[in-house]
Design a protein around this ligand. Structure first.
Ligand code: FDA
Length: 303
């Protein structure tokens, strides 16, 4: 229901104006402005936690909006450099105009990659719902041919991901493995959580194996699932995988104690910090991931 609601316009228009919803959002989002996200990244740095910044928003209304997104992220790279922060950038392909034209998205991605190069930083491409997967992979392949400063998210819930990953391995890719956040039918995605988890494990192990590592692969183990992360970190230890081969990635405000514990154990941890005004569909996906969060919203309604 929550995932279906995430794309409902009527609900979005009402919920985003409700004070109690706005209060609950703050738990996962330091604020709507880039400065709020930079402050949050600055706060994490002394704890040994690096950041990834992402402006919320997807499926633009006009191609011109993609220009603004491109310009905004280049500015973010400049601000991160000026602030001396270890903070990368992550972008949704539809924010770059993928719904309108693949070439438009390519042009914007090229520009962002130039900024990432200029500031010696790194750009991630998020993976959106299944109709975008082929086009997003094409964007990544093209961009990876131009620069090593780019990574892509792949979703463990899709049957096709194992094949997609194999096809990327010769590139020595940087891959963020996630479980997957969209509503997908069982014809294309594992309906059972246990199967998603097992695929997540297999995909990460494949990226951490000798041949992809020799080609320069990096994996972001992007999960709050403590048991799954532990299983992967046991694999890392047993196979002497170097620390440079992987990072643990989590979302701002979620499993904070786990983030700190992993840093204390010597693992590299990076937290994705979201900001921006268009937080409704993203927030609904966060609620869907954990029903307990719905009670948090309800408590805020009466608190
Ligand atoms: P799972 O959902 O099994 O949760 C494990 C445990 O983590 C829960 O029991 C709970 O304790 C805690 N937890 C998880 N979500 C929580 C929440 N919202 N609130 C409070 N606790 C929570 N997806 C996608 O489709 N495309 C993408 O590009 C990305 N990018 C991305 C980047 C990063 C850095 C992360 C961490 C995640 C993504 N995702 C994503 C989202 C991902 O697909 C997935 O929906 C969430 O990470 C939740 O799944 P978990 O792996 O955390 O496990």
């Amino acid at each position: 229901m929550l995932l279906a609601g995430s794309t409902n316009r009527w609900l979005r228009e009402r919920a985003t104006k409700a004070a109690f919803v706005r209060r609950s959002v703050r738990r996962f989002m330091p604020g709507e402005r880039i400065e709020d996200a930079l402050d949050a990244a600055r706060g994490l740095q002394p704890q040994g936690i690096a950041a990834i910044l992402t402006a919320l928003g997807e499926n633009l209304a006009t191609p011109a909006e993609a220009d603004d997104v491109g310009a905004h992220y280049c500015e973010v790279f400049a601000k991160v450099a000026a602030a001396g922060l270890d903070a990368q950038v992550s972008v949704k392909p539809t924010q770059l105009g993928l719904d309108f034209d693949q070439r438009l998205a390519e042009r914007h991605l090229d520009r962002l990659l130039e900024c990432a190069e200029q500031y010696r930083n790194f750009l991630w491409i998020d993976m959106e719902s299944s109709p975008y997967v082929d086009r997003t992979l094409a964007l990544y392949r093209r961009a990876r041919g131009r620069s090593t400063r780019i990574g892509i998210a792949l979703q463990a819930y899709l049957y096709r991901t194992e094949r997609d990953l194999e096809s990327l391995l010769p590139l020595g890719p940087a891959v963020r493995i996630v479980k997957g956040a969209y509503l997908e039918p069982p014809s294309i995605a594992y309906p059972k959580r246990a199967d998603v988890d097992e695929n997540f494990y297999r995909l990460c192990v494949r990226l951490l194996s000798a041949e992809p590592q020799q080609a320069g692969a990096l994996v972001h183990i992007a999960t709050h699932d403590a048991a799954l992360a532990r299983r992967l970190l046991d694999h890392v230890r047993q196979h002497d995988v170097p620390r440079a081969a992987y990072e643990i990635a989590m979302l701002y405000g979620i499993s904070v104690a786990q983030q700190r514990a992993l840093v204390a154990e010597g693992h590299r941890v990076r937290v994705l910090i979201s900001y921006g005004e268009h937080w409704f569909p993203w927030y609904m996906r966060r609620l869907a991931e954990r029903p307990a969060n719905v009670w948090f919203v309800v408590k805020n309604a009466f608190g």
